[in-house]
Ligand binder design. Sequence first.
Ligand SMILES: Nc1ncnc2c1ncn2[C@@H]1O[C@H](COP(=O)(O)OP(=O)(O)OP(=O)(O)O)[C@@H](O)[C@H]1O
Length: 446
Amino acid sequence: MNQAKLYFNIQNKDLRQQIKACTELSRFSLIEDVDCADWPTRLSQLAPPVAIIELVNFSEQDYQTLNSLKVLDDMDLIIISQGEPNPHLDKLMQIGAIFHYRTPLDIQVLNETLEEINQLYSEKVTKGQRVGTSDLDQFGLLVGSSAPMHRLYRQLRRVAKTEANVLIVGESGAGKELVAKTIHLASQRSQQPFIAINCGALSPELVDSELFGHVKGAFTGANKTHQGVFQQAEGGTLFLDEVTEMPLEQQVKLLRVLETGEYRPVGAQAAKLAKVRIVAATNRDPQQAVEQNYLREDLYYRLAHFPLTVPPLRERGEDIVGLAKHFIAYRNANETQHKTIHQAALEKVANHSWPGNVRELKHTIERAFILADKVISTEHLIFEAPPLETGSSLEEIIPAGVALEEIEKAAIIKTLNVNEGNKTETAQDLGISVKTLYNKLDKYQE
Ligand SMILES: Nc1ncnc2c1ncn2[C@@H]1O[C@H](COP(=O)(O)OP(=O)(O)OP(=O)(O)O)[C@@H](O)[C@H]1O
């Protein structure tokens, strides 16, 4: 099998010798640059799968070169530096799967990193020759082979093993909860519980009890002791979905737990240790959410030790069609069917902008799968409820015989799209509570 190419640019002689003695390095085919300071340009020209760079200077221009060429999408980059703060490097750390090691270098850690990279590279090469029901790569519960998804996988691999709090940012339906579960599964805590809670759906009267639990008799109606989510998730991961939809006065309670590592069930005398890892998610831009008073700045800094962005489906290129085929393959397997999809329908799928992301794609394909006898064609792909034209009534637009559930689903998806995924506004527009909206969304995902 071909060895993976490794671009090697270490200016310091002693450091170079030290790294070259690393046993795992011999598994790569080395491209060495000893006196070239412009490594960003060299990386963009060579696009190797792996690179080890000694960072001496890193400018805004270097950052722009790497960012604009998207060269990092398919690369594992190992940076070695003396650890001086550098804002351009901080920005870079957020766009790729980059390992940053400080000198004096721990050779054992570098060796392990190279071993892991080599293993994944070999798997990728062999996998390319296999043919399965779904052609897409998978990491944890996430499916997708596009460059932005690979970049996300590499970031997930790195963060999962740490104990850092994570803030997942992405549009509605892009897969934030799946990312959170994948982090949990790839972490040391995978055998412990994963508990998800929708912060936007917590009722103001019961928020303390839902988060921290209560003891029997703590308040009228507290007939028995109740475990809050912090206790339910003990030892595992607590997923705080839609964290920016939690009222600010409640966010302060979360902040306190994150700061002190303790919480107190309502009515209890003693505090308990919060032994959970926090993974939070939002579909708002976090900086904007802070400016617009949806998110406390201090809570943002506590949560976002490691911010992760889930790319919207429209930016995942071939994954759109790949995922459509993937969902059909799974339906076929579950229902022992052999339905196929027409090329024109695949083109329609590829050309749609998918504002509701993977959730919308999944629902559209599942609906089409039900409607089609053997071959899914363009008329089976119904993207959303047709817009109401002036003068036309709902009765005129809705075809007779459509299941009520389908109409309800379409109304919800359409309203969510109009409100850019904001569930509080969507629930208001639909005249239901946020909790009911969540229940309905859960039901549709089954
Ligand atoms: N990469 C993916 N591969 C396979 N299925 C996916 C992927 N991403 C999302 N899905 C599916 O799409 C649906 C929506 O995903 P998920 O609930 O994780 O999105 P979300 O971003 O958390 O949505 P919301 O903001 O509305 O809470 C789920 O059915 C999930 O299984």
